[in-house]
Design a protein around this ligand. Structure first.
Ligand SMILES: Cc1cc2nc3c(=O)[nH]c(=O)nc-3n(C[C@H](O)[C@H](O)[C@H](O)COP(=O)(O)OP(=O)(O)OC[C@H]3O[C@@H](n4cnc5c(N)ncnc54)[C@H](O)[C@@H]3O)c2cc1C
Length: 374
């Protein structure tokens, strides 16, 4: 089969589209998405916050490196903002104070934090119960707009000569004569020397299709519910409010509130659906931590956050297969780190300058898991 592209990107979520757009000035890129629309899985189901209260120093460094992209989108992106400012409040009860101190120490070198006493906590988030005594606030968080991000990356990809194919689920991948021969379920064929595996929860499955060793990626389900705020709540002023432990977050969402019990239930890759237990848990934790009564759940959804065994992303060429590039394991930070991850992908594949001074290539290398396994 003749070569149809220089690079085939498998997956049209935020990872695949941002990487495809970043690679397109350097190579002929085709992005293959199995669903009829982009962002149908994790990228369209997230809580859409950019904040530093999640992950470790590596995730925070990738987030910090991505931040200028969201504040000042590149030329060619539409004028629609990629998000809006929303304060981030991490709050704690008396028994959680030490954890809050530790988190403050971890985050403070990445963003400007304000330490809040009980009055400050309740001024920022009047819905919290009086036992929320301590807080740290980052007034400079961003509630990202995933639709604007996905559409802009897709447009940028096309404008740079790349192609996006939806309804193109990859069913087989074979290496022949220095090229990957890719066939979709619909029977279409593509061929390129490099494939980028940006298949989210399916990343290990795609590797197995190609005969490449899986990395041990674990998709974990997370649930979100929406419900009415009490009458008179000034939703525009509310922050994204999170317990210091991974117990609950909530924030304003389209005239209501949304909340997640921060569940992490291991799952097979699938079209994740919310389960009764986690929805009830979300409502219960909202009522434990706030003065809000969840009288009725208005809407609900779930998505898969996919983690490598060390909870750090895997970005780089597979050591065990020529031309097979991993871009997976973004966990709960795939939106907020996407510009840096796309730039790293372009750097490693197209020989561009290494874009994130605070991150070492080795920290992201997929080979680290295979070495451990050996
Ligand atoms: C509830 C929830 C809250 C979150 N909150 C945040 C947050 O506040 N901030 C943040 O930054 N991140 C957040 N995340 C995480 C973020 O959504 C993910 O890290 C990110 O979307 C992962 O992007 P992705 O492109 O790797 O995966 P996906 O969006 O899942 O894309 C992978 C794509 O690959 C396609 N695919 C799979 N197999 C094939 C195949 N064989 N052929 C072709 N295509 C294939 C799938 O159809 C899918 O569209 C959250 C996630 C969830 C679920």
């Amino acid at each position: 089969m003749p070569q149809t592209a220089d690079i085939l990107v498998i997956g049209g979520g935020i990872a695949g589209l941002s990487a495809g757009a970043a690679l397109a000035p350097h190579a002929r890129v085709t992005v293959l998405e199995g669903e009829a629309q982009v962002g149908f899985h994790a990228s369209g189901r997230s809580a859409t916050m950019l904040h530093y209260a999640l992950g470790d120093a590596l995730i925070r460094a990738l987030t910090l490196a991505s931040r200028p992209f969201f504040d000042m989108p590149p030329e060619g992106f539409s004028d629609v903002p990629l998000g809006r400012r929303m304060a981030v409040l991490v709050h704690a009860r008396e028994d959680e104070r030490a954890a809050l101190d530790a988190l403050e120490g971890d985050i403070s070198r990445f963003t400007k934090l304000e330490r809040l006493d009980a009055a400050g906590v309740h001024e920022l988030c009047p819905l919290l119960k009086p036992d929320a005594l301590y807080g740290i606030a980052d007034r400079d968080g961003i509630r990202l707009d995933p639709h604007a991000l996905l559409q802009n990356f897709a447009r940028q990809l096309r404008r740079r000569g790349g192609e996006l194919r939806t309804d193109a689920r990859v069913a087989s991948l074979k290496r022949r004569r220095d090229c990957w021969q890719v066939t979709t379920e619909a029977g279409d064929s593509f061929s390129a020397p490099i494939v980028v595996n940006a298949a989210g929860a399916w990343a290990d499955k795609v590797a197995q299709l190609a005969g490449v060793g899986p990395l041990g990626m674990i998709p974990k389900r997370r649930t979100i519910i929406t419900f009415d705020a009490p009458d008179g709540t000034d939703l525009d002023r509310l922050p994204f409010a999170k317990t210091v432990g991974d117990e609950l977050y909530f924030a304003p969402e389209s005239g209501r509130l949304f909340a997640s019990p921060m569940d992490e239930v291991p799952s097979d890759p699938c079209d994740a659906q919310p389960e009764e237990y986690e929805m009830a848990l979300a409502a219960q934790r909202v009522e434990e931590r706030t003065t809000v009564k969840v009288a009725r759940i208005h809407s609900r959804w779930a998505g898969l956050r996919t983690f490598a065994p060390d909870k750090r992303p895997a970005v780089g060429f597979a050591p065990d297969a020529e031309g097979f590039f991993w871009l997976a394991g973004q966990g709960g930070a795939g939106l907020q780190t996407s510009p840096a991850m796309a730039a790293i992908t372009a750097s490693l594949i197209a020989g561009q300058k290494w874009p994130v001074a605070d991150v070492d290539k080795e920290e992201l290398e997929p080979g680290r898991f295979l070495r451990q396994a050996a």
